[in-house]
Design a protein around this ligand. Structure first.
Ligand code: DGL
Length: 268
């Protein structure tokens, strides 16, 4: 592996662009190759086995492109496929997920407190946040709630209107999230509703958006392995397994600017 190889980032669709955006801001010398599996989203209500099969195919593409690290920018795929991907990729590239950096942050900042988690059915059902947090600090209580309406709502552009406010309020009022001191936004789509979530808590709860936490953990990982790029050599690439005009238009919500998408099938 060498410093000038690209960083591979993938998600079921566009949610991972929130992470890619934070990475591109923190590491402007790096070339990113993003893969959004838009033909197969959402991952959040699929079985672990199906998510694993898609994830391995995506890793093949990112490895072919010569990525030095693969960042799984999807909580559902991180929950279902991280261990498998790590074993599959072996020494060909570093592998990172979006869950571990957030767990480390929670353990550092919320000892002896109750922390909430919202995410897809896959992420919440896997119990991975609870397991990883408790493995480091038994004093932290985790209240988790699957919030499956949020991804389609955000993808439809409903992230700051009355409908989205009502759905967010209904979910956040659930008993599972009562008296929490922090809320993990356990899905890479959710940074788009961070403001609405913070408004609900009137600033009294630490709303944890993983994108910056993950970007700085990635920087640290590359630094440790002396793999930080010294200069920018090539343009970022954004690959998707299916393109629709609405999907292309929505990329600007997630990445800050509209990005040029290239179609790349998962299976030939
Ligand atoms: N972005 C994915 C995640 O972080 C969720 C979207 C989906 O269900 O495909 O879990």
């Amino acid at each position: 592996m060498n410093q000038q190889q690209p960083i591979g980032i993938f998600d079921s669709g566009m949610g991972g662009l929130t992470v890619a955006h934070a990475v591109s801001k923190m590491l402007p010398n790096e070339q990113l190759i993003y893969f959004g599996d838009s033909a197969h989203l959402p991952y959040g209500d699929k079985s672990a086995a199906t998510i694993q099969a898609y994830s391995i195919k995506i890793c093949d593409i990112l490895l072919e492109k010569g990525c030095k690290v693969i960042l799984i920018a999807c909580n559902s795929a991180s929950a279902a496929a991280y261990e498998l991907i790590k074993a599959y990729v072996g020494s060909k590239a570093l592998v990172m997920n979006v869950i571990d950096p957030v767990v480390n942050y929670v353990v550092k900042t919320h000892s002896n407190e109750k922390v909430g988690l919202i995410g897809t059915k896959q992420t919440v059902g896997s119990g991975v946040y609870d397991y990883q947090i408790k493995a480091q600090d038994q004093s932290i209580q985790v209240g988790a709630l699957a919030t499956p309406l949020l991804v389609p709502m955000i993808e439809e552009g409903f992230h700051k209107n009355e409908i989205s406010e009502a759905i967010i309020k209904e979910y956040l009022s659930d008993n599972a999230l009562s008296e929490i001191k922090a809320l993990i936004l356990g899905c890479t789509h959710y940074p788009l509703i961070k403001n609405k979530v913070s408004e609900f808590y009137k600033g009294k709860t630490d709303v944890i958006d993983s994108s910056e936490i993950v970007a700085s953990a990635l920087k640290e990982l590359l630094n440790t392995h002396q793999l930080l790029a010294q200069k920018r050599s090539k343009e970022n690439e954004f690959l998707v397994s299916d393109i629709t005009p609405s999907f292309e238009a929505a990329t600007s919500l997630f990445f800050g600017v509209k990005v040029p998408l290239q179609k790349h099938k998962l299976w030939e």
